[in-house]
Design a binder for this molecule. Structure first.
Ligand code: F6P
Length: 369
């Protein structure tokens, strides 16, 4: 009898999602051709919304649909960050949003569909959903995804290297103006409450200052550092600031609510930092760039294509081995798996006393601490 897998992508898109989907499908085709079992792979459109919708939006992932998709950004299955079945946003007549638990309804629908495995590709939030559905009897397998690299159960997530590359390319372009105009150029990058993208970009680009959520900064120390670089009226400074960076005193985080989303939206700290610097006496000319979603867009770099493809293959193999309740992971240069319990326990932020931070300081990068 042919076995069936359901694949879905949830949360923000990340370069490499399509490579995971293709990896699962190619490995399944190989197994069907040479192994003991026949497998078919299906995709639910827009995470679990494809299962909820009537008629359901579940497509068969044929070789025609998946050929060559590993080089494409985004996800052919579409995604949403407003489809958490445990906290599903339901618009109310008065315009407000009520969050309801639709997981029992989802489980009932999934049981009817009778999939032998369900592979959920997503970040922290998606893997918490995987864990909950596994506990409700579903054959869940997780694949970690996030450009923020904030999942502790895997050494690295696909999408991160692409984001860092895009940010570094952008940083290099801003250095030109900093040097030519003797300006302070502030570049804001994503990462939510983790400074991974910011610090990697700062090291790769050669920033003078890097501000990350894990190390609150002192605005007066930053002004002093900038002043020192502007002796004789000349100089320039390149700052990388993470969207979640925080000052030691006061607040800075720019955030707006996003209807239906469980998260606040970050973004815009570059402008606030600029104002803070001026208010604290910084005389230099300052310009701000908020990189935003370009960091998540376009084609994945080779590293992310490889990692994502291997994650896809491993996820399929976990399905054949019936290793449910586990998430694929990359640890110590090996593709392995961890329990969803372990996968969702710790948020992976930068440690102040880590070698990465110490080395960055050794390279002359100032954190404003
Ligand atoms: O988690 C990935 C991420 O890109 C964060 O770095 C960022 O804060 C957030 O998603 C943006 O989310 P959205 O696309 O919903 O605005």
């Amino acid at each position: 009898m042919t076995k069936k897998i359901l694949v879905l992508t949830g949360g923000g898109d990340a370069p490499g999602l399509n490579a995971v989907i293709r990896g699962i499908c190619k490995r399944a085709r190989k197994e069907s051709a040479t192994g003991n079992e026949k497998w078919e792979v299906f995709g639910s459109i827009e995470a679990f919304n494809g299962v909820f919708s009537d008629p359901q939006e579940i497509v068969k992932l044929t070789s025609k649909r998946t050929a060559g998709i590993h080089v494409k950004g985004g996800t052919i299955l579409k995604t949403t960050n407003k489809g958490n079945p445990i906290k599903y946003p339901v618009p109310q007549p008065d315009g407000t949003i009520k969050f309801v638990d639709r997981s029992a309804e989802l489980v009932a629908k999934l049981k009817k569909l009778n999939f032998d495995a369900i592979i959920n590709i997503g970040g922290d939030g998606s893997q918490k959903i995987s864990k909950s559905l596994f506990e409700q009897g579903m054959p869940m397998i997780g694949v970690p995804k996030t450009i923020d690299n904030d999942l502790s159960a895997t050494d690295i997530t696909f999408g991160f290297q692409t984001a860092v590359q895009i940010a570094t390319d952008s940083f290099d372009k801003l250095v030109t103006t900093a040097e030519s105009h003797h300006r302070v150029m502030i570049m804001e990058v994503m990462g939510r409450d983790a400074g991974w993208i910011a610090l990697h970009t700062a090291i790769a680009g050669g920033a003078e200052i890097c501000l990350i959520p894990e190390i609150p900064y002192d605005i007066n120390k930053l002004v002093k550092k900038i002043d020192n670089r502007y002796k004789n009226g000349r100089g320039f400074v390149n700052i990388v600031v993470a969207e979640g960076a925080k000052p030691k005193t006061g607040s800075i985080t720019a955030s707006v609510g996003d209807k239906g989303s469980e998260h606040v939206r970050l973004g815009g700290v570059a402008y606030q930092l600029s104002k803070q610097l001026k208010d604290a006496g910084c005389k230099a000319e300052i310009r701000e760039t908020v990189l935003g979603h370009v960091q998540r867009g376009g084609t994945p770099v080779a590293f992310d294509r490889v990692l994502a493809s291997l994650f896809g293959v491993k996820a399929f193999e976990l399905a054949t081995e019936k290793q449910f309740g586990r998430m694929v992971a990359y640890k110590n240069n090996t593709i392995t798996s961890v329990s969803l319990e372990e996968a969702t326990q710790v948020y992976n932020t930068l440690q102040k006393d880590s070698y990465l931070v110490k080395a960055a300081k050794g390279l002359g990068i100032n954190f404003g601490d």
